[in-house]
Structures are given as structure tokens and as C-alpha cells.
Design a protein around this ligand. Structure first.
Ligand code: ZN
Ligand code: ZN
Ligand code: FE
Length: 762
């Protein structure tokens, strides 16, 4: 320590930006400074944290280094700017109160799972927080979901209605305490109250948590108020209860997520590798898709037709206690009916979940922002985000260029998000959902308004999809006094992947998805683009086929089978079961398409997967978006390495004849190959197509970086095979790491393209 004391004293002023408020940053600086024997102060300002430290040069240097290396768990230090200033000779180190002048550039932290220190208190019979389900400190607890406004302090959160008791106030005021300036802190004396309401919404006397657990153990459906909304819970091992929940929720097949008490519990249900364990225990506590173990004690109705299970660990003290009381894993699915957004307001939840839930385990801390659980999977050691929401939002992503002006990306339509950006920060919103739903559109408008206020971002540039009928495009069109930028859907997909990897291109962008409007007015979705953040050129694609009935073709994969079989065989279509089942509708739909009635042309890769699923008899109609493709992946035999040849057709733009693939599938099946084998060979053939086309494009254009995007790449089997093949062929392969490859990533791509076209300042 001696070398920290020598030398003539110096004084340094430092400005720290990033996520440094509401995360225990000032007490951390205070502890370090006091420990190093430094004088000075630390305070928040509207752009982050400002500190001045005075003392021995080595001690000052050590403190500045610690800002980067020892910051508290929820902090994210983006930048420290420091300069030497005149000595003041003050004694001691103080924590000062906020300075509320100046521009707002402070980041709000995402919600974080209850930390071990808080949990230990909740489980300690002599602690004053024993059993307290709202335990939180500067390192954990609700944040984004309770913030109403900035600067971030208790009065501007939904904890405003809970004045601190003297004991909590003392913790709040003590820089040496783990709860120093923890805005949501509370205790059993001053915090929110848990309540159990019966099916009529009337309070049930007695121990709320115990009563809730009894109900679950008896096979009932419980609505549970969490961080970002209500869940519906039932015992995961109880088939009758899970089936009951499905019926009441009108959810036929879509898998339910599980919440399991701890890692050993998860290991009894699923195979988990060390990388996956890291994802599970991360503060964000996402739902992770894992391979289900044979014989796992989970009711069949939890995830019909799936070999994967969506699993998460508890993330509030309430969850921990409930799981401990119940003694087994719970289904924890979003509190809604079918495709509505998840309920998060108390009155609304009671109304909307009436008839679904047998009881409500709720409390009186309001939720400001509805935030769904996040969903990820891991493929070949890479994180594959499926839904980015609770625990990740509103952490900004870093743009690989400077946005000169404030940009809003309005997103697409399904699984929508929006994105606000300025400078290097891009704030992608929480998962909003499908904008065609009226109440979802309302939460889209509210979300844009809220984030705009929180981060003081007034968009000047507004980026939107080419599709004129998306609600997000219409929203952009109606905004006054802004400059609009139209960004083609698949360019936005690839651009999002570039941002996700911190690069600007150019790359070979492979965008495989459901569909998006192309520059030629047809629906694209099986695209190879030469792309950077400014431009994208279509250089290869799947050969378009008609979508008979337009949107109906998305809901009824048999229509895609009809379209593809017609393209492959003309009048000589073999008598497959799917065709026999549909009878005269089959011919009717094809003749309508031939007459050009509501049969837009599309190169969609998603619809090709649908066609193959229908040809293999997996399903003629879907109950949720992408279901046929999901089931095709889930049934494929992963050990199978066979494939089908596809002759990519040359020309200025390469074309991939999807109908040839469908013909190969049919012939193989007729020759007696099993459905799992054919499904696997089809996946392998799709991967071969990607590798073949990319290799040709490398030859023609000299690019050896490939970016994979579009919702089809949520398919782990396809993504894994593409990664293996492309890397084997010497490509560098970029995949999504922070935002989803599905349309949840579109808003980020739009923002990046608009900012890049606006002229980079660096
Ligand atoms: Zn904590
Ligand atoms: Zn208290
Ligand atoms: Fe898309």
C-alpha cells in the first residue's frame, strides 16, 4: 500500500457515462475512495456520474482503473473522461445529491434477478426481510418495468406510493450499505403487500403464498403478478392441469415455458451444457430452449410435438418462495388469452384472465411497462436470441457508426419492436408483439412515447418498412416534421446482423424469413444480398411461387404444398395424402391462383418449409405463426447426413428452384424414406443451397463474410448445418447475438441503415 501514498497530491475530475445510476455506482466509488485514502466527492448528473478525487498520484490512478474493473454488477461503464484540476485540500470523501440541469444522457438499467445476498436474507429467519417477496438492493430487482420518468429516483417509479420506514431510510442513506440509494428498496413494514384473490377477485384470508401453493398443488390455474406482467401457472407435471390451462387460454399447441427452482432441477428435465448454464443463471434470467431428457417429468401438453423445452430460473423472491412451497416445476406462461398481449395492469388482468385463472397471487406495486420474458437458445456455442425483452431492455446496443441525428426505427409488423438511436447508442424496445392487434398497437404508441421521454430522444429521421400496409409504416407516414427513410425488409434484417456484430460490411447477407416486401413489388423471403449499412443488392433468391390465398397460405401450409407441387409436377402431381385430404379445394385453389386471384408471388423460405411440412403430413393448418416449420425441425433425425441435389440457376441474379427440392422430398418419401429422415435431408439440402450460393457469390464478388438473418434461422438444425458448412468452406459467419434474427430485429436494422445513409460522422 505504501506506493499508493507517495508523491505530491493531485486532484482529478472524472466523468463516467454508461449505466451508472441506480446500480450502486456512487457507493462503490465512495468505498474505493475511502479505501484508498482519497478525498473528494461523487455525484450523479444528467449525463452520468461525476467525481473528483484528491490524493497520492498512485491512489488516484488506482481509483480510475477500478472504475472499469470493479464496477458493481448492474453497471455498464461506457466511457471515463478525466482531467487534472486544481487541488482544494478538502478533507474526507462525500456522496452528493443530483444535479438536474443539462442534457439527459443517463441509461436506465434493465430489471435484474434477485441477487444471492437478498435471497439469503429472505431465507434467514432472524433477518428483518425473512420471507419478504419484494427484497431488492442496488444489485438486483425491478428497474425498467417500474420507471415512470427520469432522473431515476423513487418518486419517479411505481414505488412512489410506498414511503420508506425508518429502518429502510437508514439503509438508503448509508453509503456503506448495500441498499444505499436503492430506489425500489422496501421491507415487510413499508413495502408492497402480497394478496391472494379468488376467482371472483375477492381477497382470500390468511397466508397468500401458502394458499396459492395449495391451489397449484390441487391442480388449479394461478395468475401470478411478476416483474413485467402476469403469468399463468400450473404444476408442470400435472397433465390435467396443463390441459385445462390450454383449453381455458385457447392455446392449442404452442409450447409453454417452465420455471424450475434451481439448476439441478433443470438438469433432471433437460440436457444443459456449461455455456447454457451461464445463460440460465445470468441476471436477465431468460427462457432458454433446451433439449428435453427422455423420461423428463413434464406433462405431455406442455410442449406437444417438441423435443425442446423452454426453461427459466426464478427471478424474483416471490418466484423463489412459490416454487419452494409448491415443490416442483411450474408452467409459467404469459397471462393472456391466445394472441393478446400479456396482462400487466391489476384491474385489466382480473377482467381479462377471469375464467382462465382460479385465483390471483398479486400485489399493490404497479407495473409501468409491460415486459415479456426473453427467450434465447444456444447453437454451436453461439447465443441465438428469439425474443429480447425482460432483463435486456433498455440496455443500448452500440452502433458501428455515429448517428448524427436522432433516428426512430418503426419496425415491421409481427413480433415487433421499435428502436431509438442517437450517437452510438441504439435503444431497441421491449418485445411489443403483433401490431395488427389493437391493444398491442396501443402499447407500441405508449412505448415509443415512454422511451422517447426516458432518454430525451426526439426523432428527426424516421425509418420504416417498404410495406405500405404495416401499422408501423402508417405510423411513420403520419408523424409530422420528420424526414422519412424507407428500408427494404431484408436489408434491415442483414443490417441488424451487422450491428449485432459491430461491423458495417460489405457482406453476403442471407435473409431467410416468412416474407417482406421487395423492391420489385413481390414478396421476398429467400434472399441473398450484397449488403452494407447503406445499400443492398439482390444477387440470388428462391424462385418465386404463388401464395394461393395470400395470408391464408401462411395459416394453411397445405396451400403452399399445392403451389409447390404444381410448380414441380404440373398436372402429374402424385396422389399424396395432403392432396387427397383437401379434395376439390386443392384444384379450386390452384385454378384461382392460375387466374391470378389473390396469389401474390413470393420467394419466401418460410413458406417452402411450410410446403415440405404439409407434404410430409405434419400439418395442413397452423395454430401459431411458424408452427409447421418448427415441427419440421423438431421431427428431423439429427443424425442423418443425406441431402438432395439442387441445381442453382445462373444469370445476373442466381435462382434457387425450391420446387426441385419439394420434388426430391416427394420422391424420397414415395420411395419409403421415413418422415424424420426426409425432414433432415431437406434441412441439409437447404444448408447446402446456402453454402453453394455463398461460394458462387464469393467467386463473383470476392466477399468471404456471410451474415445470416431472418426468422428461419431460429431453426437450430438449419443454423447449425449452415454454420458448419460455411465455416468449413472458409467463410466468416456472422449471426445474431443480441437482437433476434426474426422481425424483432428489424427496427435496429432500419435505424442503422437510416443513420448510415444520413452520413457517418466518423
Ligand atoms: Zn439484491
Ligand atoms: Zn421498510
Ligand atoms: Fe422478416
Amino acid at each position: 500500500m505504501d506506493d499508493l501514498k507517495g508523491g505530491a497530491p493531485v486532484r482529478t475530475r472524472a466523468h463516467v457515462t454508461g449505466i451508472v445510476q441506480g446500480v450502486g455506482f456512487r457507493p462503490f466509488v465512495w468505498r474505493k475512495a475511502v479505501g484508498l485514502g482519497l478525498a473528494g466527492f461523487v455525484r450523479n448528473d444528467t449525463a452520468g456520474v461525476v467525481l473528483e478525487v484528491e490524493g497520492a498520484p498512485a491512489a488516484v490512478t488506482a481509483l480510475l482503473a477500478a472504475l472499469h474493473t470493479d464496477a458493481p454488477p448492474l453497471a455498464r461503464v461506457d466511457q471515463v473522461r478525466s482531467r487534472e484540476v486544481a487541488l482544494t485540500g478538502e478533507a474526507g470523501f462525500s456522496v452528493q445529491f443530483s444535479d438536474s440541469t443539462g442534457p439527459r444522457d443517463v441509461l436506465v438499467s434493465p430489471d435484474a434477478a434477485t441477487c444471492d445476498a437478498c435471497l439469503a436474507e429472505v431465507r434467514d429467519p432472524v433477518d428483518r426481510r425473512f420471507g419478504h417477496v419484494f427484497a431488492t438492493c442496488t444489485h438486483c430487482g425491478p428497474r425498467y418495468t417500474i420507471v415512470r420518468d427520469v432522473p431515476y429516483d423513487r418518486q419517479r417509479t411505481t414505488m412512489a406510493g410506498f414511503p420508506l420506514c425508518p429502518s429502510c431510510q437508514a439503509e438508503y442513506d448509508d453509503p456503506g450499505d448495500r441498499r444505499f440509494h436503492a430506489q425500489p428498496l422496501c421491507c415487510p413494514a413499508c413495502g408492497p403487500r402480497l394478496a391472494l384473490l379468488d376467482a371472483d377477485g375477492q381477497p382470500v384470508e390468511g397466508d397468500a403464498l401458502g394458499g396459492a401453493a395449495d391451489l397449484l398443488r390441487a391442480g388449479g390455474v394461478l395468475a401470478v403478478k411478476g416483474l413485467g406482467g402476469f403469468h399463468l401457472a400450473v404444476l408442470a407435471a400435472d397433465e390435467a392441469a396443463v390441459a385445462l390451462l390450454r383449453r381455458r387460454k385457447h392455446r392449442e399447441d404452442r409450447p409453454f415455458a417452465l420455471m424450475v427452482a434451481d439448476l439441478p432441477g433443470i438438469r433432471t428435465l433437460c440436457d444443459v451444457d456449461p455455456g447454457e448454464e451461464q445463460l440460465l443463471v445470468a441476471r436477465a434470467r431468460p427462457i432458454l430452449l433446451l433439449r428435453r431428457r427422455i423420461g423428463a417429468a413434464v406433462a405431455p401438453s406442455v410442449a406437444p410435438g417438441q423435443r425442446a423445452l423452454g426453461v427459466m430460473l426464478p427471478y424474483t423472491a416471490l418466484h423463489h418462495r412459490l416454487l419452494a412451497e409448491v415443490g416442483g416445476p411450474l408452467v409459467m406462461t404469459s397471462g393472456n388469452r391466445s394472441d393478446e398481449p400479456i396482462a400487466y395492469e391489476d384491474g385489466d388482468a382480473l377482467q381479462r384472465l377471469s375464467g382462465v385463472a382460479d385465483a390471483w397471487l398479486t400485489h399493490d406495486r404497479p407495473i409501468r411497462t409491460r415486459v415479456d420474458d426473453s427467450v434465447v437458445r444456444a447453437v454451436r456455442g453461439r447465443v441465438v436470441p428469439i425474443r429480447r425483452s425482460r432483463g435486456y431492455v433498455p440496455d443500448p446496443l452500440t452502433l458501428p457508426l455515429e448517428a448524427r441525428r436522432t433516428v426512430l426505427g418503426c419496425g415491421a409488423s409481427l413480433k415487433n419492436t421499435f428502436c431509438l438511436a442517437r450517437g452510438r447508442h441504439a435503444f431497441v424496445s421491449h418485445h411489443i408483439g403483433d401490431l395488427d392487434d389493437y391493444s398491442t398497437y396501443g402499447s407500441y404508441l405508449d412505448g415509443i412515447d415512454h422511451l422517447r421521454r426516458l432518454f430525451d430522444l426526439q426523432p428527426v429521421l424516421v425509418a420504416h418498412d417498404l410495406h405500405p400496409d404495416y401499422p408501423s409504416t402508417r405510423y411513420a407516414a403520419e408523424l409530422p416534421d420528420v424526414e422519412r427513410v424507407a428500408v427494404q425488409h431484408h436489408h434491415a434484417h442483414v443490417a441488424a446482423c451487422l450491428v449485432d456484430n459491430g461491423v458495417r460490411g460489405p457482406v453476403i447477407g442471407v435473409a431467410l424469413d416468412g416474407s417482406g416486401l421487395g423492391e420489385d413489388g413481390t414478396l421476398w423471403g429467400g434472399e441473398f444480398l450484397l449488403a452494407d449499412l447503406v445499400t443492398a443488392t439482390r444477387v440470388a433468391h428462391l424462385q418465386p411461387v404463388p401464395l394461393p390465398g395470400g395470408d391464408a397460405a401462411t395459416r394453411q401450409p397445405w396451400r403452399m404444398a399445392a403451389s409447390y407441387l404444381d410448380a414441380a409436377y404440373g398436372a402429374d402431381v402424385p396422389a399424396l395424402e395432403v392432396r387427397i385430404r383437401q379434395g376439390r379445394r386443392w384444384d379450386h385453389v390452384l385454378s384461382a391462383a392460375a387466374a391470378g386471384l389473390n396469389a401474390p408471388l413470393s420467394s419466401s423460405a418460410g413458406r417452402l418449409f411450410d410446403a415440405v411440412a404439409a407434404v410430409l403430413g405434419l400439418r395442413d393448418a397452423v395454430t401459431y405463426e411458424g408452427q409447421a416449420a418448427v415441427e419440421l425441425e423438431q421431427c428431423a433425425d439429427e443424425g442423418e447426413t443425406g441431402s438432395y441435389p439442387v441445381r442453382v440457376q445462373g444469370g445476373p441474379i442466381l435462382e434457387v428452384p425450391g420446387a426441385e427440392l419439394v420434388r426430391a422430398v416427394v420422391q424420397d418419401r414415395l420411395a419409403g424414406a421415413s418422415v424424420p429422415i426426409v425432414a433432415a435431408r431437406f434441412h441439409n439440402a437447404m444448408a447446402d443451397v446456402v453454402i453453394d450460393v455463398c461460394s458462387r457469390l464469393r467467386g463473383a464478388h470476392g466477399l468471404d463474410v456471410v451474415a445470416l438473418s431472418g426468422g428461419v434461422f431460429q431453426n437450430a438444425l438449419l443454423l447449425g448445418r449452415c454454420l458448419d458448412g460455411l465455416q468449413g468452406a472458409g467463410f466468416e459467419v456472422l449471426t445474431h447475438r443480441q437482437v433476434p434474427c426474426n422481425d424483432g430485429g428489424i427496427s435496429l436494422g432500419q435505424v442503422a441503415v437510416a443513420a448510415a445513409r444520413d452520413g457517418s460522422a466518423c
